[in-house]
Design a protein around this ligand. Structure first.
Ligand code: GLA
Length: 387
């Protein structure tokens, strides 16, 4: 149990038992990619993979942070937390009490020991899991009550997003933190990023003899590296040229006609992905409500093609994962997350999951790619206190 190992690391580092251990999950997004910062829709599930934070409050403003995945204790005052400081994994921890304070909550220093069991660099939101585990701990330890209800969980998600955007300086859109704080077991979370409205959509694949396979391509993936920010800027520019506050406001009807007014083909393709992807999320929810998994699979494939050709965020490993899983009998597959590496998901008949895994591994080896890591997941629960 990683709750045990986080607690043991806490005790070995700080010489006493922690006041408690909290955890938060990673996520995969079923569909709706790069739509969150366009005030659009997305449909993530929380993963069974979690990050654990053992923590105790301090009487002063010191933060003392250690991670089983890091190599030294990071110490700094809450007053010294600033954009880019501290760096590395500690930004995602220290940024959270900093952001809670900025949102008007009373916080103090903390001692925290982390054990992250969400694969790193796999596009499965290990950073949001880290922020939300620490956010859950801070909420309970400082009596903030932010885990009590969906509305307070949204407020905690907002603080975690602020930590990521401002302190870790990653210009991400907020889907990941919402999934980590609001996801529920056996449901996908329909998230409307225009007004933060959420809905739980039943997603119990095992009941339909289906499985969701996550294929971590292990291809390099980084969000802070310019490409993500560039996509975000293109979307903002397209919205501006179209005279709307966000691309959410562009109706899908007569889309090509509207896009024709944009100043470049590149902007046309970027905007087309966003508008059609938001529509696909609506259609995917419809399909799920009618147990129409064939349709869901088709939407996965359309979404992948749109990301590959219009938004241009796929890489050869992701395309290979999608093609090989379809060849092995998947109803559909798509890359998930920010892109440029990371993971793909495939919707497969449960009885064919092993075959799909083998087929994908073989296709990777044939093309000389690093061996992928694939596993079946079910939609799991949100951030919580473990003990
Ligand atoms: C990353 C970001 C999210 C979202 C996805 C793409 O995971 O953290 O906010 O934009 O990429 O859908």
């Amino acid at each position: 149990m990683s709750a045990d190992s986080a607690a043991a690391l806490f005790e070995a580092t700080f010489g006493r038992a922690p006041d408690g251990v909290w955890s938060a999950p990673g996520r995969v997004n079923l569909i709706g990619e790069h739509t969150d910062y366009n005030a659009g829709l997305c449909l993530p599930i929380a993963l069974p993979h979690r990050t654990y934070a053992a923590a105790s409050p301090r009487d002063d403003r010191l933060l003392r942070l250690v991670s089983a995945q890091g190599d030294h204790v990071v110490e700094l005052s809450l007053d010294d937390v600033a954009p880019g400081r501290p760096g590395g994994w500690a930004a995602y921890v220290a940024g959270v009490p900093w952001a809670l304070e900025r949102a008007g909550h009373r916080v103090r220093g903390l001692e925290v020991a982390i054990d992250g069991r969400v694969p790193l660099g796999a596009g499965l939101s290990s950073s949001a899991a880290l922020e939300c585990a620490v956010g859950a701990a801070a909420s309970d330890l400082f009596g903030l009550g932010l885990l009590d209800a969906p509305s307070t969980r949204r407020a905690l998600a907002a603080a975690c997003i602020d930590a990521e955007n401002t302190i870790a300086r990653a210009p991400t859109g907020g889907m990941d933190q919402s999934a980590a704080l609001l996801g529920t077991s056996l449901h996908a979370l329909l998230l409307d990023c225009r007004d933060q409205h959420t809905e739980q959509v039943p997603f119990d694949l095992a009941a339909h003899d289906l499985a969701l396979l996550v294929i971590d391509t292990r291809a390099e993936h980084a969000l802070v590296d310019g490409q993500y920010a560039e996509r975000r800027r293109s979307c903002e520019q397209a919205a501006q040229e179209l005279g709307v506050p966000t691309l959410r406001e562009v109706p899908p009807a007569r889309l090509e006609e509207r896009l024709a007014t944009l100043s470049s083909d590149l902007l046309r393709r970027r905007a087309r992905h966003i508008v059609t992807e938001i529509r696909r999320v609506e259609q995917a929810v419809e399909a799920l409500r009618h147990d129409d998994f064939g349709r869901l699979g088709t939407l996965f494939l359309e979404s992948h093609a749109s990301m590959r050709d219009d938004f241009e965020i796929s890489v050869a490993e992701l395309d290979t994962a999608v093609e090989a899983s379809v060849a092995a009998g998947a109803l559909g597959a798509r890359m998930t997350g920010g892109g440029f590496g990371g993971s793909a998901i495939a919707l497969v008949p449960a009885a064919r999951a092993d075959r799909a895994q083998r087929r994908v591994a073989q296709a990777f080896s044939d093309r000389g790619f690093r061996a992928p890591d694939s596993f079946v997941v079910a939609a799991s629960g949100a951030a919580q206190r473990e003990r």
